[in-house]
Design a protein around this ligand. Sequence first.
Ligand code: PRX
Length: 664
Amino acid sequence: MSDLQNTQDDVKAENRIFPPPAEFAASAAISGMDAYHALCKEAEQDYEGFWGRLAKENLTWHKPFESVLNESNVPFYRWFEDGLLNASYNCLDVNLQNGNAEKVALIFEADDGTVTKVTYRELHAKVCQFANGLKSLGIVKGDRVVIYMPMSVEGVVAMQACARIGATHSVVFGGFSAKSLQERIVDVGAVAVITADEQVRGGKHLPLKSIVDEAIAMGDCEKVRNVVIYRRTGGQIGFTAGRDLWMHELVANQAAECEPEWVDAEHPLFILYTSGSTGKPKGVQHSTGGYLLWAKLTMKWTFDIKPDDVFWCTADIGWVTGHSYIAYGPLAMGATEIVFEGVPTYPNAGRFWSMIEKHKATIFYTAPTAIRSLIKASDADPAVHPAKYDISSLRLLGSVGEPINPEAWMWYHRNVGQERCPIVDTFWQTETGGHMMTPLPGATPLVPGSCTLPLPGIMAAIVDETGNDLPNGQGGILVVKRPWPSMIRTIWGDPERFKKSYFPEEFGGKLYLAGDGAIRNKDTAYFTITGRIDDVLNVSGHRMGTMEIESALVANPLVAEAAVVGKPDDTTGEAICAFVVLKGARPTGDEAKKIATELRNWVAKEIGPIAKPKEIRFGDNLPKTRSGKIMRRLLRVLAKGEAITQDVSTLENPAILEQLKQAQ
Ligand code: PRX
């Protein structure tokens, strides 16, 4: 465990409280705090009974489960393990049977504004055809398929088709580099990659297929038999005969029916890579039954989804938010949802508001970083302010991915929510599969900047470094005390790392460690997340390990040593600040600028543009203890531009601090 410094910081008192609007509460799935407490009590009194009831009521089982929770091999918990189901069946077929066949499932808006609507019947047919196509390639239950696609109907179809045949998908965000893609293809042992010729974002065409080619050419991808390509732009691509196929040709003669592969509830639905504090990104493995239950239930509880809602989650399918709240949760609820290909600033920064107006979105779920950048944009250009659009269709707003600062919360509340819409600040992680702590819009009084209380059945707590409970008002380590159905099952191929990372022995091996610090308010007992307590950064809601970026930097032939820390940033939440020692002399002036640019581009190539350091500082050395340990705490202070007040007597080379004050 690294330092707890963040969690000790005083969280500024926030006295504003916003009770749920009466008319919202009147029709909400969980209406009023009594209803919330009743559910919490049900879970406390009969944990298995609670989850068993919800799983029976919310999912359609091919074979019902008898066992709710198997705890015989802690922390490898097994939920509903003797039940059989299929995720795609639950998202699609169920909707054909319950009167939603002609309902629009997806409203897809392309970068250029072109809109395509897909009904549940059409989506079912597309998924079945593609599932049959994948089967014709010899892909079977348990195979892993990497999906490297733009935001598209086809991306959702690809995920659902894998689920239908029991293949485990691993979606790689389209902004990752060839090297990152290759590492994931190799680690997961993919038999196929599904991609597109190009993606279109902000009016630009960006390659995808050529990056797949590059990744495979890097080696160790022999298991990949096929690359299936969705033709998005018709741009020029290389084509490897015998390996590459067009998606439209693959599905051309396939039947629009495909019997789902019934899998047991613990069957891995997907593996999604995310960053940890050490080593390479880890493949977070999720189950089918427990995961889907929570994706669906949180749509009901947190988003209070109703048949007439138009739901819009702006995340990318490459992140867990896009899995739970685009590809699975909304469809399992039979909802209508918007899928957006583009970026919030194209053709101008009013794009989100104009899309809400156009599609009459009722629930809007986005990241604080997007809100902050749109605040700036509308300050600069009043024409793109939400007030210029008719966004009166909105009834609920959500926030995800990083702490939302009270100022951004208030702007969101006033200008987007028109002081009418509750805001659900949803705290969760790739590992948790769905929301963990969030207000319930028809029950919980809101406090800006707080994710308020855990959902019923989620036993969140704050403990000290020995695992003992801390009183409200005292910052500490966020843990979850009981397993829950949608939790991570293991790290793909590395069960030991799973145990060590999330259920460390120091805490008795049974507490789930989120990796975040938190504090509970003395009066309300509300939780506020105080930030990561490990070496993980959150830049624009994207999670990155400092070590990954450091490894990328030292892989550059010019670099001898590098240390990466986060620094607060008004727009992106945190920004990456890299301290670099070159093999040659410390550069200054234009030379330093040139090398800094070169290193930024290098990191973009090694990991992806999202990992580019915002700031690079060169030194002759890094601040180290006499035993050679880099003092990151000091680097964090330097990155913030603050004076060092800590004791530096253990420092081997105090003079180095002066040098590192300078940004390039
Ligand atoms: O630090 C927390 C932050 O994002 C981390 C999880 O990142 P990731 O696995 O990429 O998932 C992001 C989407 C769920 C957490 O450990 N985080 C996420 N949501 C919030 C948050 N921090 C504060 N408030 C939130 N609502």
